[in-house]
Design a protein around this ligand. Sequence first.
Ligand SMILES: Cc1cc2nc3c(=O)[nH]c(=O)nc-3n(C[C@H](O)[C@H](O)[C@H](O)COP(=O)(O)OP(=O)(O)OC[C@H]3O[C@@H](n4cnc5c(N)ncnc54)[C@H](O)[C@@H]3O)c2cc1C
Length: 374
Amino acid sequence: MRNLDVVIVGAGPAGIGMAMELGKIPGLEFGVLESDRIGESFRRWPKQTRLITPSFYSNPFGLADLNTIDSTTSPATFAGAEHLSGDQYADYLELVAENAELPIVCGCKVLEVTPGPDGGFHLITELGELFTEFLIWGCGEYQFPKLNPFPGANLCVHYAQVENWQILESSSYIVIGGYESGLDSAINLIKLGHKVRLLVRKATWDQSDINDPSQVLSPYTRERLREMESNDLLEIIFDANVREVTRQGDNSYRVHAADGRYWDVEQAPILGTGFLNGGGARQIKDLWMWNDEDHIMLSDADESVMTSGLFLIGPQVRHDQRIYCFIYKFRQRFARIASEVAQRLQLDTEWLEGSENGVWGPFGNSDCCEGCEC
Ligand SMILES: Cc1cc2nc3c(=O)[nH]c(=O)nc-3n(C[C@H](O)[C@H](O)[C@H](O)COP(=O)(O)OP(=O)(O)OC[C@H]3O[C@@H](n4cnc5c(N)ncnc54)[C@H](O)[C@@H]3O)c2cc1C
């Protein structure tokens, strides 16, 4: 059994970005465990899906590419693209990891985590056991879709289960959900010449009162939707609060709304209903405290308020009204965690950019940008 100072679980942008930051701490022994491949979630995206946040090489002027996970690289430069595909972004992550010689073990799923009686964590993995003082959990959300939002949802196909829109052959579809994944499904199906009836509760693209970009449809998707709006293949049904999906004989499905309306379709309806709150953190759900809205409660340093030494990285991180669900948001937290770990292990923290003025790491600190004049 090996002993490490820190183990990161998950090699998506959160895990790789966090490892880049830990790599700056002299003397720290750490490793990254990944159940499949680096960037696995991105490899599983539908082939036509693109990052909604644009990439642009603006790093030398102090504004790092929105999708980079370390301040010296740029997915835009790497791929020569503004909106990368899942494969392009996974390739970018692989290259960053390879160049930095990060200690990553792929094909090593963490199966069980047990906090030790005197601190630290005992991990059982597919490849053996190990002990770590600190555990940083970055298992994302894409591989943990919300499959049962209403009765009969098991008859549908979730967005996260579609590898390629091209393999769908029916002429018309129902898509349930009016946010990013629902719209992405509808847009890609229409591009391929299919008819789509899109069932939405409200127009998420028309909410000028919301400031947080995580809560409104991205400009990228709004633009794509605008191009589709006059297309006869798209029909948007508003105020559709779907309550149930049932089978109608062998060849058809019926989607029922709360107000009594219903729609029939031959092909299994497509769910754009999102991902589980907490996503992959649910694999160790008893080690977190969950609030009334089913989100994980964290300390200022993103540590579980329930389990000392356990930290959360990635899109599930939330602090009050701040939702860190984009790469450009959650990367701001890596240096905060790295600093916390280094201090507790009594290791040097001079490497930390901006540590003297409380600004954590190369991506700044969103804590101090909420309403202040920094
Ligand atoms: C379709 C879609 C489009 C998106 N577009 C954008 C965008 O344009 N810009 C943006 O900023 N964000 C976007 N997001 C948000 C997205 O969640 C994050 O950007 C990103 O994927 C989160 O990174 P992560 O490293 O936390 O998770 P992931 O990329 O999911 O990585 C988690 C890793 O953990 C591994 N893992 C899981 N369980 C275990 C285990 N038990 N043991 C070992 N390994 C494990 C998985 O295999 C995976 O590789 C999008 C999300 C979706 C679903």
